[in-house]
Design a protein around this ligand. Structure first.
Ligand code: SF4
Ligand code: SF4
Length: 248
């Protein structure tokens, strides 16, 4: 090969690799931008207690979406029935899946009022479950969801004991801690959590707390907001509207 054709080859190689590198850099910065946008999100969940009719469709949909065992004492989300008597303490029971609320309703004799309260992991901003995990298997994502890595969880149950909301259980098959993730796998595909999708009364909403256009921003604007056990300073991201003062 003479000197002239050698130089020509080198120049054309540099042109091709330069273009490829430019593309790579562009793709890299687009990726960084997407990650940044993702990180700017902060997922929050809204529950309008007054809209819940206790149908338990949310519980059933969650179980099927997230491989939660069928037995009633395993759940990622659950619905409590509160019955407030004329005298004495509120009676709280869990709605069982597959049963219409009236099929298992206790006697209403002497009951002043009754209502339903859907519950789930509060995706706390200061989560005790994360603090106690000895192996870092429970962690918070940048967009505000607390997750469990089932590859590294050793099933010690510390997080289950530390959660003040009773939101976790030990999965009998995997022997790892399990709980609501806001259906994170669905959120990442722009889908609603299974429970939000099936709720017939829109008692559940989800959205980005940082976005002015999100359903959660509207939920916060339109309602007086409460969180559960606010005295614990866990800073829940599950917000409640129209909740009775008796709820704990
Ligand atoms: S509700 Fe319980 S499981 Fe969920 S983040 Fe808070 S402490 Fe952790
Ligand atoms: S059960 Fe798993 S996630 Fe919970 S504290 Fe133990 S190792 Fe961490």
């Amino acid at each position: 090969m003479d000197r002239r054709s050698f130089l020509k080859k080198i120049l054309s190689f540099l042109a091709v690799s330069g273009a490829a590198m430019g593309g790579f850099l562009k793709a890299g910065s687009a990726g960084a931008q997407a990650t940044e946008e993702h990180a700017r999100k902060l997922w929050g969940f809204g529950v309008s207690s007054d809209k819940c009719i206790g149908c338990a469709r949310c519980v059933i949909a969650c179980k099927s979406e997230n491989n939660v065992p069928k037995e009633p004492f395993f759940y990622r989300t659950w619905v409590e029935r509160y019955m407030i008597p004329m005298e004495g303490e509120a009676v709280v029971t869990n709605i069982h899946m597959g049963l219409a609320p009236e099929a298992e309703a206790p006697s209403t004799k002497g009951i002043l009022r009754s209502f339903f309260v859907p519950k789930l992991c509060n995706q706390c901003a200061h989560p005790p479950c994360v603090q106690v995990c000895p192996v870092g298997a429970t962690f918070s994502t940048d967009d505000g969801v607390v997750l469990v890595n089932d590859k590294t969880c050793i099933g010690c149950r510390y997080c289950i004991q530390a959660c003040p909301y009773g939101a976790r259980y030990l999965h009998p098959k995997t022997h790892t801690a399990d709980k609501c993730t806001f259906c994170y796998h669905r959120l990442n595909r722009d889908l609603l959590p299974a429970c939000v999708e099936v709720c017939p009364t829109q008692a559940r909403v989800i959205g980005d707390l940082h976005s002015p256009a999100s359903p959660m921003t509207r939920f916060k604007r339109m309602n007086k907001i409460f969180v559960l056990k606010s005295n614990l300073n866990t800073e829940p991201k599950v917000l409640y509207a129209h909740i009775d003062g008796e709820v704990r």
